[in-house]
Design a protein. Structure first.
Ligand SMILES: [Zn+2]
Length: 414
């Protein structure tokens, strides 16, 4: 075996594995449609397991369908290094999202298998079930149950839009394992992922190391005005709930510029009643999605926004109520691991950047029970959850090399 620091992944082998996986559920525009627990998900799992068996890993499937493949270390009493992501996709989603983390880890294991690298600790690859949460709510179900943060029975009983039950579908594809989905001690967790945003591309960087995942707050706003005839009601006598909503939506959009930092704010859902061409809108419901690394700032932003929305409602003669539908704390990744990944990137000659993740990942749950860190690679055009999602093969290779040395450093620790 060569000197360990000289070790690199096999870029062509990673590329081939990514292409083979992307054939499963391939869509005409170059994406993948591989919903959790679908026939395509089964096919992807079967292929992964065949690949894991090729390098002699011990396979464990738990009763959430999470797949683990274990490579022993010198001391198997020590908690392992865990690394992976997910093979399910969003509807007509991208071929890199999730797959890169699983197949990047596979490439790391193939590399150290081929070079007969002996690690102190075992290394375990994982494919988490239902990360996307598109077919069955919520997202990150496999890692959430495994980490003891979601209730297994509730997840097993979830139904998709066709009324099919999670546990039946899991059984149908043959992946309801016998091992209970339950966390085991983990020395370090790694997840390599495409960035899904434009920060790395705009900054001319190859590797992103997120400090953590931003806090997310969802609110529902319910506005009430008065319905009336669109032809006979004078303009100054209207209580138009949709006009009030229009002003409010712009206020939400302008909020991040006022608050500063990395805040983003979105109104993505709206219902208008009675939604008729000749009736003044009586009631409107819309959603607000507010995300920021600084959670105090989210709270302050929300207070300011509420005052401002109240003013708009008053001016428009409407009343309004709000209801919180989600409040997720930010998750922080392990500083030592993050610093180490930055150093590794530097020593491998990849320009790197510390950042935060605006999107959720399985690593968010893992960070709550073990030291965790992520490696981001650039998403061309900042696109994700779409068929055109893309990352260059060079950047995939870079991510896998950083993952390789991140995993090795942790796996060599006594
Ligand atoms: Zn993902």
């Amino acid at each position: 075996m060569r000197h360990l620091p000289d070790l690199r992944v096999n870029a062509e082998r990673l590329h081939n594995a990514m292409e083979k996986m992307a054939d499963i559920g391939a869509t005409p525009a170059g994406g993948v449609h591989r919903l959790a627990l679908s026939a395509e998900d089964k096919e992807a799992r079967d292929l992964l397991i065949a690949w894991l068996e090729d390098i002699g890993l011990e396979i464990i499937v738990d009763d959430m369908g999470n797949i683990f493949g274990k490579r022993p270390g010198k001391n198997n009493k020590l908690p392992p290094v865990l690394s992976g992501s997910h093979l399910d996709s969003a509807p007509n989603g991208g071929r890199f999202d999730g797959a890169l983390g699983v197949l990047g880890t596979l490439e790391v294991l193939r590399t150290i298998h081929e070079k007969n690298v002996e690690t102190e600790r075992p290394i375990v690859i994982v494919n988490w079930t239902n990360e996307e949460g598109c077919r069955f709510h919520p997202a990150m179900a496999g890692s959430g149950v495994w980490s003891d943060r979601l209730d297994k029975k509730k997840i097993h009983d979830q139904r998709d839009s066709q009324g099919r039950i999670f546990i039946d579908e899991l059984q149908k594809i043959g992946y309801k394992g016998t091992t209970p989905a339950k966390r085991f001690p983990v020395h370090a967790y790694f997840e390599c992922h495409n960035e899904q945003g434009p920060v790395l591309v705009n900054g001319g960087k190859v590797i992103g190391v997120p400090r953590g995942i931003v806090g997310v707050r969802w609110k529902k706003v319910f506005l009430k005005g008065t319905a009336n005839h669109a032809g006979t009601t004078p303009m100054n006598a209207r209580k138009d709930a949709l006009c009030a909503a229009a002003e409010m939506i712009l206020k939400v959009n302008e909020l991040p510029a006022k608050m500063g930092q990395d805040m983003v704010a979105t109104v993505g859902e709206i219902d208008n009643f009675p939604n008729a061409v000749n009736v003044i809108p009586e009631s409107v419901h819309f959603s607000i999605d507010l995300r920021c690394w600084n959670e105090d700032l989210i709270a302050r932003a929300w207070d300011q926004l509420t005052t401002s929305l109240e003013k708009t409602a008053r001016k428009r003669g409407c009343t309004f109520e709000t209801k919180e539908s989600m409040n997720l704390s930010r998750s922080s990744f392990n500083e030592t691991l993050c610093d180490r990944l930055m150093e590794i990137s530097q020593s491998l000659g990849y320009p790197a950047l510390k950042m935060v993740s605006g999107a959720g990942h399985d690593a968010a749950y893992l960070a709550q029970i073990a030291p965790a860190a992520m490696i981001f690679v650039p998403s061309i055009g900042g696109q994700s959850h779409v068929e055109s999602e893309n990352t260059t093969w060079e950047d995939c290779e870079a991510g896998a090399n950083v993952l390789l040395h991140g995993i090795l450093a942790s796996a060599m620790e006594k």
